[in-house]
Design a protein around this ligand. Structure first.
Ligand code: ADP
Ligand code: MG
Length: 363
């Protein structure tokens, strides 16, 4: 097992990258602690697979280093990194049985037959394939084949890390939850460093202790699910995590006051003069409906009942704004304003959160 450090890592698929867009990964520094359960979350094309393949050694980065503990593995092939990787689509040996497929990584390492048998039985139970152990892999559905791929990824206990690249894409929805639970259980029991790539926030938030959010080739935030919810460091994190995501309003900030859509609201902190694109970010959970001259002018467009709460969709000025109304709360007949909870509002400049406490500490 290992701590994985990425040092000034960057990658371009172009032979001669010249501008920003030529880089699939922009320079990054990141540490994955030994035994951590991580999710790598981001939209399609943001560089997740590129990063994972660099960690596993399928891809050599254009610049920077990969360290396993203190050892530089940047130039080492996959086989010498002692890593298990599970891909989006099944990689199985069609001519072998399920049992032989699962046993393969262990046989390769010269494990005694009785230990292999016990371990294969255990993993087969985890992926729900016990009854099919003697079936040929060829005849199985894509879904079952992918379970074998997952099983093969989990079967060795002596790996440095297990990397999963959107492994549940072809798995049917009700089995997804089951397998995710199994992965979490595996992590709890064996404590491998695990990196789980997904574009699905629910998968990320339920699997990981620590979520690394990527956007456009950059790591924009790494934190607990709670931290990503409470204090998104980048507007993308605010928008991508949560449903609906964080509201963003163009603002002019003057000390402890934000001027938005012709109205003013008080902030919990004071800000030094800000230049650039200034926005106030507030999650739908932390807005309430009001009337008169409170908060900001709000026009309701639509109300969606999503079971345990309602989502009020409307506008403040030109901006689309969502409010989450807890169950059992009524919509006031004269609702024409939204009122943010000042303690839950953040200020962003050019998409990055301004940390007000940095200034308060300096003052
Ligand atoms: P993700 O896994 O987050 O969807 P990828 O790492 O696959 O993203 O891709 C990141 C970027 O690199 C994308 O713009 C993609 O088109 C590009 N890319 C990925 N693989 C290759 C490749 N083999 N050759 C050239 N460009 C690639
Ligand atoms: Mg990918």
């Amino acid at each position: 097992m290992t701590r994985i450090t990425l040092e000034n890592l960057a990658h371009s698929y172009q032979p001669k990258p010249s501008h920003d867009d030529d880089w699939a990964l922009k320079p990054m520094n990141l540490t994955w602690e030994d035994g951590g359960a991580y999710a790598l979350l981001g939209a399609s094309g943001c560089g997740k697979s590129t990063l994972l393949n660099i960690i596993s050694g399928l891809l050599v980065p254009s610049s920077g280093r990969v360290l396993f503990n203190d050892r530089d593995v940047t130039g080492l092939p996959t086989a010498e990194r002692n890593i298990a990787q599970v891909f989006q689509f099944p990689v199985v040996y069609d001519t072998m049985s399920v049992r032989e497929n699962l046993a393969f990584p262990l046989k390769n390492r010269g494990m005694p037959a009785d230990q292999i048998a016990a371990r294969v039985d255990e993993v087969a139970r985890m992926i729900g394939m016990t009854a099919m152990l003697d079936h040929r892999a060829r005849r199985l559905t894509a879904d079952s084949k992918q379970k074998i791929s997952l099983g093969r990824g989990m079967v060795r206990q002596d790996v440095n890390a297990i990397l999963f690249d959107e492994p549940l894409t072809v798995i049917d929805p009700h089995m997804k939850w089951e397998l995710r639970t199994q992965l979490k259980d595996l992590h709890r029991r064996f404590g491998h460093t695990m990196i789980y790539v997904t574009h699905d926030q629910t998968e990320a938030l339920t699997f990981a202790d620590q979520v690394v959010v990527m956007h456009d080739g950059r790591v924009v935030q790494s934190g607990t699910p709670q931290a990503l919810f409470d204090a998104p460091e980048h507007t993308f994190v605010g928008y991508f995590i949560g449903s609906p995501g964080m509201n963003l309003l163009d603002a002019h900030v003057d000390g402890t006051t934000a001027h938005i859509a012709g109205a003013q609201i008080g902030l919990a902190h004071g800000y030094a003069p800000l230049s650039g694109k200034v926005q106030l970010g507030i999650r739908p959970e932390f807005l309430r409906l009001g009337s008169g001259t409170q908060g900001l002018p709000f026009t309701i467009h639509r109300i969606e009942d999503v079971g345990h709460h309602r989502i009020i969709r409307g506008k403040v000025g030109d901006a689309d704004i969502n409010v989450i109304l807890p169950e059992a709360q009524e919509i006031p007949a004269d609702a024409s304003r939204v009122v943010p909870d000042p303690g839950r509002a953040h200020i962003y400049v050019d998409d990055w959160r301004v940390d007000p406490s940095a200034r308060e500490r300096a003052a």
